[in-house]
Design a protein around this ligand. Sequence first.
Ligand code: FAD
Length: 545
Amino acid sequence: MVAARESKAGDGTAQQVDVAVVGAGFAGLYLLHRLRKAGFTTIALEEAGDVGGTWYWNRYPGARCDIQTIDYSYTFDPELEAAWTWSEKYATQPEILRYLGFVADRYDLRRDIRFKTRVTEARWDEAAERWQLTTDNGAPVSCRHYIMATGCLSAPKPPEIDGVKDFKGEIYFTGRWPHDGVNLAGKRVAVIGTGSSAIQSIPLIAEQAAHLTVFQRTPNFALPAHNGPAPDDRMSLLQGDRAAYREQARQSMAGVPYPQQTVMSWQLSDAERRERFERAWAAGDLVHILTQLWADQAVDVDGNRIVQDLIREKIRAAVRDPETAAALMPDDHPFGAKRPCLDTNYYATYNRPNVTLVNLRQEPIKAITASGIATNGRSFDLDVIVFATGFDAMTGAIRAVHPITGRGGRSLTDVWAQGPQTYLGLTVEGFPNFFMITGPGSPSVLSNMAVSIEQHVDWVVDRLAALRDAGFTTMEPTETAQAGWARHMADCSMLTLHRLANTWYTGANVPGKVQGLMPYTGGVGPYRSICDEVTSRGMLGFRLT
Ligand code: FAD
């Protein structure tokens, strides 16, 4: 392997590598490992102070994965699998961060990562056939291939409320939680937002705070995690035949090894449906309840409404105050069309005397003031405001590198003016040798991302090695292939209920963002087959030079 030629930081000379990776989360780490093994010189540039990505930044109380951790793990090395044991069904953020640190140590990855370094611009140099990256720390980077492993949920959405700067108390963002933690004991705390991070943190914040006020715009479906040790049935499946278990995940729809359901809701009696639902509820497994009740639950409004009604029944039973219970019941989107959340004691927390829910649909926030939050009807004096307001998902971190300039000086911002256009969610026409891991147009956030990340990384690195070995220097999708992918994306999404929900999957949570379903809905296994077919048919849809 050839060592990367490094310039002295600060002298303006670019560091030359074959492949530059942006991000050192789940995706960036695996990329570094695979690229090195394939003989490429490489560097990863990472804004954070260490590895971990999502799990570096999101340190709020209660932060956990919501895919069972035995499934939310790397699978590329059986020895790595044998060397690590998860302590819980859903591991906490500190444990997942330790795991990613363990992976970085095991494969000695940190030596090729430049931390505290943000990539600010990227330009394709047509004459040199190389990308030139500008950073905010150290030398620029010149690379043949530029891979963004910048994450789907890594660009926190700024608050859209007037007066944030006027507030005299403490302000925190769940996606940028302080490393030393926050002492909330005895304080009057507000949480703005009721998405996944809020639903995980609210029960723990309520235990510490003198009073917690939750400001909710849109209620979400939350399902019980029933956390504990990894369940025996799943563990024995995994340990019985690890390779088969992992392969089933790779071929599945969501990246978790469950079979495809074939029974329709209308073929089952009320009692049979309830029995299936209660079993899924007791299992405490997001993917089980999302995919295993009946075959039409995600594609037919009637099949879906039955699930919604059963969950609303659970909310009604868990929350004592009927008005609060009603406000917590989602009624504006099909179950699963917006990412449901996994919780521990979320609904029961509203029975505590020190917790108040403010329904922003009835009582919108007017402003944040020096002393707290003013709604149309009331003012709340506060010591702390926690923003759990989510992310500019899927495209936020990619667009934050500005400009990304491709062939003919075209900027990605302009090319994506009407929403992201990609081929396979991996590449963009006019941007040679540019790749996105779990980019818009791939299954990404609709899947167990550990599985999707490994598939993308393997595909990209294998293609780069094949390209090099065949003597080519560039690879770029054709306009026709990209248009065909957009058509296929649309065809697949029409079979789902996503059109009935305003969500971060569609960009609806970010004012001014172009609306459109960003992840690919055709499933992880079918998507993998398409990528493999592209390869087996001589790089179908790509132009190689
Ligand atoms: P990330 O982990 O987001 O890493 C991207 C990195 O790129 C970041 O460290 C960021 O600092 C860096 N970066 C971005 N832009 C730049 C730039 N311009 N210059 C330098 N560095 C840059 N997925 C699941 O499948 N299951 C789960 O249970 C699950 N739970 C989640 C819980 C939370 C709270 C969140 C926020 C997400 C969760 N996800 C989950 C999604 C999660 O993001 C992915 O599973 C996975 O961690 C993504 O890894 P990644 O490497 O692609 O991106």
